[in-house]
Design a protein around this ligand. Structure first.
Ligand code: HEC
Length: 118
């Protein structure tokens, strides 16, 4: 087998065998749709963060229960840093799937729309 094929085989096997683990070079398709708070970001926050970051349980003093609060932490705080911090991740149980983390980057890029129609 040519070396190139051996390498490709190893890369594919690596992607497959690490699909449950924390990896940075996980392959995801680029996000083409505009990412907005209500249809996209809120679902991720509700799923992974809100238990610890609501108005009544604001861990680390951080409440992520509204558009403004999530935007502020993303735009001016360390939200993106922490959701990608392998050593000190948010949620604490481990990094979210890359596809979920990339939504935040695309949301920044898109200018923090709140709803789909903006
Ligand atoms: C199991 C509870 C829990 C979950 C779930 C959780 N967090 Fe946290 N978070 C904490 C605690 C406790 C702290 C304060 C200690 C620290 O910074 O590690 C914190 C701190 C933070 C901070 C730093 C705040 C600051 O001002 O420095 C950010 C940003 C953050 N969380 C974002 C998130 C996001 C985004 C999610 C979901 C993707 C999330 N957290 C999920 C418990 C949680």
């Amino acid at each position: 087998m040519p070396l190139k094929h051996v390498c490709i085989a190893f890369i594919l096997f690596g992607m497959w065998s690490c699909s449950e683990a924390v990896i940075e070079d996980e392959d995801t398709a680029p996000i083409v749709e505009t990412v907005s708070y209500n249809p996209d970001i809120k679902a991720v926050v509700d799923n992974f963060c809100i238990n610890c970051h609501s108005a009544s349980a604001a861990s680390g003093g951080l409440n992520l229960s509204t558009y403004d609060l999530v935007r502020n932490s993303t735009e001016n705080g360390n939200l993106i840093l922490r959701i990608n911090d392998v050593n000190n991740p948010m949620p604490q149980s481990g990094l979210m799937p890359l596809a979920d983390r990339e939504l935040f980057d695309k949301w920044v890029e898109d200018g923090f729309p709140e709803n789909d129609d903006e």
